[in-house]
Design a protein around this ligand. Structure first.
Ligand code: SF4
Length: 271
């Protein structure tokens, strides 16, 4: 089944989430603090790259949202995740907490709380310096926070952040703050998402380098997320010359992280 409504679409088969109902809070135009070289939504127009203080404030349409979620949870009992994301950085939506509360209530009423879909969210981690954003995120069953590069030069070339985005060292500290704050919301979990790619494009070198893998291992040890999800490009990237890592690369990554990440309680998954 495939449908697109005002807020919800799918469900889509996701490598990391199983059967996922997509939830878009950002309207029809991309709004993001990054302009990732591999973005699968496509190349950002200058007007679509926004500062970390930008907030998208459309009129709240709680009733339509509630009806869409209720219908999806009733008619698609097999979905594994109701996933807030897509069209950019979802924490820029000012009404995110209102809609999270609605999704939670519908899950309690329609699905069995112990069996219902995870209420999940993707974030690119750039807004986590704001305590209000971290507070909302801590209420999700699963937060998937992006960290593709732990070295500043790599971060600049791969994620191409807006000038308001703090350095990657600060982003790593902010993800660690979220990790701490989520401890009082157990069993909600934090996953770090790392997309690695190869490249023939000299302007956008591969981020699967020894320097970046070492810095990522140190960042994982510092943050101590529940899960690390390493994956690669699966659809057309925004820029040419970028391509997926191979099965052999994935085997090597598995061995590398096993050897270099000291916090053995982190569940490292390579997709
Ligand atoms: S953070 Fe996500 S939506 Fe934003 S540019 Fe990167 S891949 Fe695209």
């Amino acid at each position: 089944m495939w449908y697109t409504a005002k807020f919800t679409f799918g469900p889509v088969h996701s490598r990391r989430l199983g059967l996922s109902l997509g939830i878009n809070m950002l309207g029809e135009k991309k709004k993001c603090t990054f302009n990732c070289a591999y973005c699968e939504i496509g190349k950002s127009k200058p007007s679509e790259v926004v500062p970390i203080t930008f907030r998208y404030k459309p009129p709240v349409d709680a009733e339509t949202f509630r009806k869409e979620i209720e219908s999806a949870f009733k008619n698609l009992p097999e979905i594994d995740s109701a996933t807030f994301g897509y069209m950019g950085e979802t924490t820029l939506a000012s009404h995110l907490e209102t809609y999270l509360t609605i999704a939670r209530k519908v899950k309690e009423n329609v699905a069995r709380p112990d069996k219902g879909p995870l209420i999940s969210i993707f974030t690119n981690s750039t807004t986590l310096g704001d305590p209000a954003v971290r507070k909302v995120l801590a209420g999700f069953d699963l937060v998937m926070a992006k960290l593709d590069c732990a070295v500043q030069d790599c971060f600049n070339k791969v994620n191409r952040p807006d000038h308001s985005v703090p350095p990657v060292t600060a982003i790593i500290k902010n993800i660690a703050l979220l990790r701490e704050e989520m401890k009082s919301h157990a069993p909600n979990r934090l996953a770090i998402q790392t997309l690695l790619f190869k490249s023939m494009n000299p302007a956008i070198p591969s981020n699967m380098t020894g320097e970046n893998l070492k810095a990522l291992s140190e960042a994982y040890d510092f943050i101590k997320p529940d899960i690390v999800q390493v994956y690669t490009v699966a659809r057309d990237p925004a820029e040419t010359g970028i391509y997926a890592i191979s099965a052999k690369d994935k085997d090597e990554l598995r061995q590398y992280f096993q050897a270099h990440v000291k916090a053995k309680e982190i569940d490292i998954r390579i997709y």
